[in-house]
Design a protein around this ligand. Sequence first.
Ligand SMILES: [Zn+2]
Length: 201
Amino acid sequence: MRTRSPEIVLQELIEGNQRYVAGQLLHPRQTPEYRRALRDHQSPIACVLGCADSRVPPEILFDQGLGDLFVVRVAGNVVDDVVIGSLEYAVLHLQTPLLMVLGHTGCGAVRAAMEAMAMGKEGEGHLKRIVEAIRPAIIESQPELNDRLERAIHMNIRRSVRELLSRGLAFSSLVQEGQLKIVGAWYDLESGRVEVLEEIA
Ligand SMILES: [Zn+2]
């Protein structure tokens, strides 16, 4: 049984982000003693599927410590089978009550996918796989509008949430039971603020 509610965990992350934005980091749970106390177990309060971008480290921008966040980072925060498997481990075995997909302003992966599509290219090497994964979000986000990169980034976050909900083992039933919440969130590189886009599940 999960020991914390998804709502309480989300509030803890929001408060940690507020400390980060204000430059008042507590750096909790990072001492040698705490590290040793975690040697044989972990009980993270949240999972984050975030972008691999070097400027978007979840532990820092939510002011969390060791053992707090189960983080999967991949360019463009896209979902594939390995990502889902990692998150299933956290949700089903570590009983993590919150799963957040964290995108960000100016995402280079989404921009690269848009440029590749505009030029009719697929992307170089294995980048092709990332372009393929992001392409549906670009198509769905009505890219003819002015703020097209931002819209595509938002849609890419929403699509990842939807995909996790539909493909993660038992995720949708846990959500229905109130034991799991899956949210999309958006990080502003300039202000440092994380905005929860919508509580999709
Ligand atoms: Zn990115």
